[in-house]
Design a protein around this ligand. Structure first.
Ligand code: G
Ligand code: MN
Length: 267
């Protein structure tokens, strides 16, 4: 099943996109995290099939939300390097997103790790150019943990850098992490890219990111990854105000008056 974790646009306080995250609901073990089940799928040769399912499901959910007439939401899916290298990947992805490709507000985007793009990657870069031409946006996941060449970064077809949660978690107390985060934001903007901070868990981290001009924020402070129905209640797509309150229960940012920006995204 897919869970969706909201990303909050810091300028508006609204949720304009969500990240689709794969979860495995096992009869014996309950909800399993990707680190547990991805290696199993990989060794069974099922990664490509699962990747294709994720794309189809994310696109179908996005289309469903569009049909409800709400304000636009983009859905990002994680694509693994082997998938990106697959011969028919671009054709398959464009097939599964269909008419969402041409929609400016709605749409499906992809997240890839740094490793997929550096090294021998001309075919990946070509694939990304085709996807962007179809209106998809491309983000680098966990940015700062790999060994990117900064020269190369300026030439790549990338829209967004996602700041790894290891750096976010050390804000604002650790001087080196602060410098890294500020530098990544500056670098991204200089290259006409946007930034998303991953793993934002408290208000002090959010304050630092807002002050430094980070574009979006994602993490438990706003919301954990949610099953589709809970996300819909959070976004106000269905259900009553009481249900909305339930979805937000125990969530520091939404519950606190001290966080009016994040709060606005819920209403
Ligand atoms: O690599 P990627 O950034 O796609 O990984 C996302 C994972 O991080 C998800 O499995 C999600 O459950 C987890 N996650 C999301 N937000 C937070 C957070 O604020 N803190 C921590 N520790 N983990 C988070
Ligand atoms: Mn991701």
């Amino acid at each position: 099943m897919l869970h969706y974790q909201p990303k909050v646009t810091l300028r508006t306080g609204k949720i304009a996109s969500v990240e689709a995250l794969l979860r495995w609901n096992d009869a014996e073990n309950g909800l399993m995290q990707p680190t547990t089940f991805l290696p199993i799928l990989e060794s069974a040769g099922l990664m490509a099939a699962v990747g294709a399912w994720v794309l189809r499901q994310a696109a179908a959910d996005c289309r469903h939300w569009r049909s409800l007439g709400s304000s636009p939401i983009r859905v990002a899916v994680n694509v693994s390097p082997p998938e990106l290298r697959r011969r028919n990947f671009v054709r398959e992805i464009l097939q599964s997103i269909g008419d969402l490709a041409g929609d400016s507000g709605w749409g499906v985007d992809i997240e890839i790790t740094e490793g997929a793009l550096f090294g021998d990657s001309s075919s990946c870069v070509h694939a990304l150019r085709l996807l962007r031409a179809a209106g998809m946006r491309v983000a680098i996941d966990d940015f700062g943990t790999g060994f990117s060449s900064l020269g190369r970064l300026s030439e790549l077809p990338i829209d967004t850098l996602k700041i790894d949660r290891m750096f976010t978690s050390r804000l604002p107390g650790d001087r080196k992490s602060c410098t890294l985060v500020t530098t990544i934001i500056g670098l991204a903007h200089a290259f006409d890219m946007t930034t998303v901070a991953e793993g934002v868990e408290n208000q002090a981290q959010l304050d630092y990111l807002i002050r430094e001009g980070c574009d979006e924020s994602q993490g438990y402070l706003h919301s954990r990854p949610l099953p589709r129905g809970e996300l819909e209640r959070l976004l106000g797509f269905s259900g009553s105000a009481a249900a909305l309150g339930g979805a937000l229960h125990g969530n520091a940012a939404f519950a606190s008056e001290a966080a009016p920006r994040a709060r606005r995204s819920a209403v």
